[in-house]
Ligand binder design. Structure first.
Ligand SMILES: Nc1nc2c(ncn2[C@@H]2O[C@H](COP(=O)(O)OP(=O)(O)OP(=O)(O)O)[C@@H](O)[C@H]2O)c(=O)[nH]1
Ligand SMILES: [Mg+2]
Length: 143
């Protein structure tokens, strides 16, 4: 399994996705600081929401072979900027989360915005139902 780093707004579902991808029990726990669980680096949403934390994300990402931009399909706020993938030298994948709650229009909008941020491949997922998680795991295994 490659080391991956998750980033995205607060409550977009990063930790829940981490739990699903690692076969852990799904329990809510607000991420307070950068945490490493198995081969996944979890980051607090505030690190994307406040530019002052960008340096921490860039440095932390040097430990990862893939960076995942996570966007909650039901969240109309989009915190990634166009071309933001250029912050990282590792490949960046896009993950649309909470697909179980989203309309087709919301899913399409989230995918389009992740493409704009520079994600090279996009996975539509639900950490609750497991939708899209096997495909994402296979892609992560490839590195
Ligand atoms: N329905 C549904 N709810 C989800 C999904 N993923 C996460 N959630 C819920 O969204 C809320 C926030 O999830 P977290 O995984 O803690 O979000 P986070 O991105 O880690 O948030 P921070 O740690 O604050 O940055 C929790 O109540 C989860 O149960 C999903 O795929 N579907
Ligand atoms: Mg979290």
């Amino acid at each position: 399994m490659q080391t991956i780093m998750l980033m995205g707004s607060s409550a977009c579902g990063k930790t829940t996705l981490l739990q699903r991808l690692n076969g852990l029990k799904i329990t809510y726990k607000k991420t307070q600081a950068i945490e490493v669980i198995n081969t996944t680096i979890d980051t607090p949403g505030e690190y994307l929401e406040n530019r002052a934390f960008y340096k921490a994300l860039v440095v932390t990402a040097t430990e990862a072979s893939l960076v995942l931009f996570v966007q909650d399909a039901t969240d109309e706020r989009f915190r990634f900027s166009p071309g933001q993938r250029m912050m990282f030298s590792a490949p960046v994948l896009g993950v649309v989360s909470k697909a179980d709650l989203a309309t087709p229009a919301q899913l399409a909008a989230a995918q389009e915005l992740l493409e704009l941020a520079g994600a090279e491949e996009i996975f539509v997922t639900s950490a609750v139902t497991g939708t899209g998680c096997d495909a994402l795991l296979r892609r992560i295994a490839r590195g």
